[in-house]
Write a protein that binds this ligand. Structure first.
Ligand SMILES: CC(C)(COP(=O)(O)OP(=O)(O)OC[C@H]1O[C@@H](n2cnc3c(N)ncnc32)[C@H](O)[C@@H]1OP(=O)(O)O)[C@@H](O)C(=O)NCCC(=O)NCCS
Length: 166
């Protein structure tokens, strides 16, 4: 089940990200490793101020948080889908496949957004496949934008318009 994120969910995120590469994969270069309470509080504050809409996917029986994602609202009818993360122990069980369509339905429904964009590293095959299945297409390739342990990472910028959804 998907519900609004609450600050009490933030500590779970700390436990789901095991190293600097995972942090970069999750959120791009926004945060510094190690992720800590101060950085998470700033992230929580963005939601509290209305700049973001943030959700938690929870186990319907135990209510344990298992997934996370948010929309950063631009104020011009667009938003950036990001911070997509599923608890390591819960991956491969369809949580992202449940969570993301619900968020898109909310974005293009009640929120009335015209388009969504996102960034994903090209080698992140799991996430990329999910976004492609949702209808996102690449509009820009940022080649070798990051280097991790000497390996260049290329980022894809993807977009989905409300008219192309469903
Ligand atoms: C990417 C991520 C959110 C996927 O969440 P998930 O709940 O495990 O995904 P699902 O179980 O819903 O899988 C959806 C589909 O993607 C496929 N998939 C998921 N992870 C995959 C992987 N690592 N490699 C290849 N395919 C993968 C599944 O097989 C499934 O395919 P199907 O619909 O044909 O059955 C999760 O692996 C994660 O949190 N990764 C780390 C953070 C991250 O990469 N975030 C995205 C940043 S842009």
């Amino acid at each position: 089940m998907l519900r609004e994120f609450t600050p009490a969910d933030a500590p779970f995120l700390l436990g789901w990200i095991a190293g600097p590469g995972e942090l970069l994969t999750w959120a791009g270069p926004t945060f510094n490793w190690p992720l800590d309470d101060r950085q998470l509080q700033a992230y929580v504050d963005e939601t509290a101020k209305g700049a973001r809409r943030t959700w938690t996917a929870a186990d319907p029986t135990t209510y344990e948080p298992l997934g996370h994602a948010s929309l950063r609202l631009s104020g011009d009818g667009t938003a950036r889908l990001g911070r997509v993360l599923v608890a390591p122990q819960a991956r491969g069980r369809g949580i992202a496949s449940m969570m993301l369509p619900e968020i898109l339905a909310h974005a293009f429904g009640p929120l009335g957004l015209l388009s969504l964009n996102l960034g994903v590293y090209e080698h992140n095959a799991g996430a990329l496949g999910i976004y492609e299945r949702l209808g996102f297409t690449t509009y820009e390739v940022l080649k070798d934008v990051e280097h991790v342990d000497g390996v260049p990472w290329t980022a894809l910028q993807m977009r989905l318009s409300s008219k192309d959804w469903r």
